[in-house]
Design a protein around this ligand. Structure first.
Ligand SMILES: [Zn+2]
Length: 78
């Protein structure tokens, strides 16, 4: 893990980002959104979406995650 200070791509507030890079996925820990991962493709796309679409993507990732699994947002959720 290689944590840095960044901005949550969902709620646009200060969050921690792990940039150690598991393939093309980054992980965020946000005070509002919790812990989640997002693919590089989805991250580039989500910045152009409105807040409803961003929160919906996170909600889908959380629904698909198995218990104990970190939700991952991919481009199909956007
Ligand atoms: Zn957030």
């Amino acid at each position: 893990m290689n944590w840095t200070n960044d901005t949550c791509p969902i709620s646009i507030e200060p969050a921690q980002e792990d940039i150690s890079g598991i393939e093309d996925v980054v992980e965020f820990v946000c005070p509002t959104c919790g812990r989640f991962r997002i693919t590089g493709t989805a991250l580039a796309m989500i910045l152009h979406r409105d807040s409803d679409a961003r929160e919906f993507a996170l909600a889908q990732a959380k629904m698909r995650a198995e218990a104990g699994e970190i939700p991952t947002i991919d481009s199909s959720m956007l």
